[in-house]
Design a protein around this ligand. Sequence first.
Ligand SMILES: [Zn+2]
Length: 481
Amino acid sequence: MLKLYNTLTRRKEDFTPVKTGEAKIYSCGPTVYSFQHIGNMRAAIFQDITRRTLKFLGYKVTSVQNITDVGHLVSDEDEGEDKMLKAAVKENKNPFEIAKFYTDAYTDDLHLLNVEFPTFMPKATEEIPEQIEIIKNLLKKEIAYKTQDGIYFDVAKFPKYGQLSGRTLEQIQENTQERIEENTDKHNPQDFALWKFTTGTNAHHIMKWDAEFGEGFPGWHIECSAMSAKYLGKEFDIHTGGIEHVPIHHENEIAQNTCSGCVTKVGYWIHNAHLQVDGEKMAKSSGTAYLLKDLIKKGYSPIALRELILRTHYRKSLNFTFESLDTATNNIKKINEFNNKLDTLKTIENKSNNKIENLSKVHTDTFTQSIEDDFNTPKAFASLYDFMSEFNKQKEYTKQDIESAKQFIQKTDEILGLLIKEKVQVIPQQIIDLANLRKDAKENKDWAKCDELRNQIQELGYSIKDDKNSKEGFIISIINK
Ligand SMILES: [Zn+2]
């Protein structure tokens, strides 16, 4: 029985889906105006684990992850703090191009991390009419109101505001009143924008749409209400997101959902904790807001990051260090070696005593129980390592033993996704580019350049060998450190 920790009730609950045998999951996705750091990758991997687990347990999964490509994107470069955004603006890219660039960079990372993609990945800019409809509904019910610069949600009209973070509106107001800048037009400091007009400081906003209540662009929260309702319906099962979304973004989503009636039930709200680097908050200023490609450049496999992330339970703060990434690299090496060894072991003809088969049965059970216990991946890893060590203690194996060991490893990889099967290894574009340059150098008989490029590829943690039978003329593989 799957158990999930529900942020709304603050306890672990048995998972009962809206529709028997089906699981509908909505996950808050990235805002694509800059590269996503490894903390964002933790959220992506957690979402992947929720989808894989439900699928593993036999549910028919429909999942959505939105891409926020509006709201934070501005035409005025002074408002963009991110250097890449500034660079993009300097290169005369418009916000749509910037969003596309960073969306592609994000999905490249997901491929490298062996994240299975959700059923739908809608973009906020492509779902504007749905958002406008909800805003119209809230205006009609007088839950939303119009000010000079936009349409706002009146939180006082939703008495349950604050329930996800376990606070009353009065408590929130006491704690935050002083910190919130005064917008005298707003009824309450916590009221949030559903729509911003292209007036005042937003007059030159490039992304804008017509609406009967005024030209402008949506606030951030409304897109998740609109997209979850559109793709999953009024009632769905699981809503995921980073812990930082609890006090504002998800409170606002619940307020919009409930008051407009677009979503009337979300069964379980689940949130992943933060990722720290060397015990401290990640920060661009201290150079610790690492990107996946930074790790690849240092010679690490993206899958090592995946292993590292999964070795900590999603609700615990994760401390990223390069030592733990080295450990992850070793762990992956061990699993790969074990898996490869299964193909080379000599087998005996004797009738099997079913020992390995039983071992694999027992460990499949403990693995499944761990994953069913609120996605306890560290415990699931323990089953895998324990199985490997028990298997290694045996002196001889029958074909049947090998087969059941292989099945066990494959089963665990349906969730862990550590790319045990070589054929699904994804090679980063950077490596492919270097390999292609090497191919050109080879055709030009520039052997020195060839060697130099081979060294560069090796430094990044990959090996290359020529292969006339392959389409590219070469084969790249990850060097297991
Ligand atoms: Zn969201």
